[in-house]
Design a protein around this ligand. Sequence first.
Ligand code: UDP
Ligand code: MG
Length: 138
Amino acid sequence: MERTLAIVKPDAVSRGLTGEILKRIETSGLAVCALKKLQLTRAQAERFYDVHKERPFYKSLCDYMTSGPVVIAVLGGDKAITRWRELMGATDPAKAAPGTIRKDLGVDVEKNAVHGSDAPETAARENSFFFSGTEILA
Ligand code: UDP
Ligand code: MG
């Protein structure tokens, strides 16, 4: 069983799409192993996305991610990282495949509704960024 981090981003939380996104996750067979809603601080957003700190979109991304509450989950299941990325779709909603969350619910390349870890090492870092071991259940 693999684990990955999912974030329902501020644009989706504010539009009332948290339930729809969790429904898609559970319908796909992935398990919600941990869940919380929180308002990211500037420092948290900057640290979470520090791999992107040289990219032109970094400041705007941190502004956006701190613009309202997010809902953060650890998802679990066989090949959870890849399965969650497939459910999300491509980064840019305009390029995402039909039926994906970003295609159906994303606004633009920044406000793309959801986050997902991209590899086992990043999933481990991102899960422990937001949750302690005892908060992550089967
Ligand atoms: N992003 C952006 N402009 C871009 C690329 C990415 O605003 O040209 C934002 C978008 O919200 C994306 C996040 O930065 O989800 C992280 O980018 P990454 O390349 O890691 O995409 P992801 O892994 O989320 O698909
Ligand atoms: Mg990424």
